[in-house]
Design a protein around this ligand. Structure first.
Ligand code: SF4
Length: 412
């Protein structure tokens, strides 16, 4: 069961409202939605001033991406609302598309106006999200032509170069960069690929300019953990401590957290002091990524959890880059052996070396995620890893399925 919560101050607009209900077009218009945009550059400047960062995972400044497409050489431009969230522990994109399609479409048409795009796409893999978006398109008349593109639900399908490839009719697999989509994207045109949460925040910033700073700072987070405690989708102010988030979903006794879906690694002692903040999490060696947090109970074994995450990532490799196929395979196999208490004497040295050498060598972030999981496990739980090598671990026996079930959260 996944709960839906807003921790924003009273009176602030929440992307999670209306809770549990559909988005009513009349109410959306009455609240200032789809208002004409007379001065696109002024809105872009406002976005830049707030420091809004993209919510797909990399946390890149939204205004920089918008300006890169706007300032490209003359010619057609394209904008894409990316609603495909490959992280199994994230549900925010599907929730937004299912329940608030208008705020996403509004953000998309504003992005088109700011970049000069005449063509837009909504990219998704979820049936209910597709129905909601198609219905919303019949209720509104955005100035830009918007089409829906279906994709598969895989870990890499939402990576921005995979998005471009799929919208162009190819497989949803990443490509080598450069060029980046803002240089050459859909049909070769400069393309903005923006996460649906980013676009929703743009729409709210435009209709509620007095709230722009708090809208830009707030985050949608998906919270989960194994066992009887719950999962949650929450909207929270910037800087909210992770302990508050763990308490919210009943995981207040957690001993560790997997950050950023699987992208931000594993964090042990001291996790309760971490705030939800891109820069602070980066300083701490982690990453906020897509805003998904998975908490570990005292009885969960961090070695087993890391082994499951690495096995899942190895299974999700698009098998395009040799270094990813061999790298994720070696990380997963060695860690699985370690979890079973069967790793050789040099296994820890190998894992440490690979976790340092592999990041940045694949065409997408999957290999980086696997390496970060392993590196952070060795940094935060060296004693647990060592104990497995000596005597194995009852909690890990029979573990390490590749389906990522532990991390999968149902969409509320
Ligand atoms: S790094 Fe791995 S998942 Fe990413 S494109 Fe290369 S093979 Fe595919």
């Amino acid at each position: 069961m996944t709960g839906v919560y807003s921790l924003l101050p009273e009176g602030r607009h929440s992307l999670l409202a209306p809770l549990g209900g559909g988005e009513d077009i009349d109410g959306y218009l009455a609240a200032g939605g789809y208002a004409p945009l007379a001065a696109p550059d002024r809105l872009l400047d406002r976005i830049a001033a707030t420091g809004l960062r993209g919510r797909g995972g990399a946390g890149f400044p939204a205004a920089v991406k918008l300006r890169a497409v706007r300032d490209a050489p003359p010619g057609p431009r394209v904008v894409v609302a990316n609603g495909e969230e490959g992280e199994p522990g994230s549900v925010k994109g599907r929730w937004l598309l299912r329940h608030r399609p208008h705020v996403v479409l509004d953000g998309l048409r504003l992005a088109a106006a700011m970049t000069g795009a005449e063509r837009g796409f909504v990219y998704l893999s979820d049936d209910r999200a597709e129905q909601a978006v198609r219905q919303a398109l019949t209720e509104s008349a955005p100035e830009v032509r918007i089409d829906v593109v279906r994709t598969q639900h895989t870990y890499v399908a939402g990576e921005e170069s995979a998005v471009v490839r799929a919208v162009d009719g190819g497989p949803a697999l990443p490509t080598a960069k450069p060029p980046r989509p803002f240089e050459s994207g859909v049909g070769g045109a400069p393309t903005l690929v923006a996460n649906v949460e980013t676009l929703a925040r743009v729409a709210v910033m435009y209709s509620r300019p007095d709230e722009a700073d708090s809208v830009a700072g707030a985050h949608l987070v998906t919270l989960s953990g194994a066992g009887p405690a719950g999962a949650a989708l929450a909207e929270v102010p910037a800087g909210t401590h992770l302990k508050v988030l763990a308490d919210l979903c009943g995981h207040g006794t957690a001993t560790a957290v997997v950050l950023g879906g699987m992208f931000g690694g594993l964090y042990g002692e001291g996790w309760t002091d971490l705030p939800l903040d891109h820069d602070r999490l980066k300083e701490a060696g982690g990453a906020l990524g897509c805003g998904a947090l998975h908490f570990l109970r005292p009885e969960d074994c961090p070695v087993g959890v890391a082994a499951e995450a690495t096995a899942y990532l190895a299974a999700q490799s698009a098998r395009q880059c040799g270094v990813c196929v061999s790298g994720t395979g070696a990380l997963a196999a060695t860690l699985a052996a370690a979890a079973r208490g069967e790793a050789g004497h040099d296994s820890v040295d190998k894992l440490r070396r690979w976790s340092q050498q592999l990041p940045g060598r694949g065409a997408c972030g999957l290999l980086d995620a696997a390496a970060r999981i392993v590196g952070s496990l060795l940094a935060h739980f060296p004693d647990r890893v060592d104990a497995h090598r000596r005597s194995g671990c009852p909690a890990c026996e029979g573990a390490a399925p590749e389906n990522g079930r532990r991390f999968t959260v149902p969409v509320p």
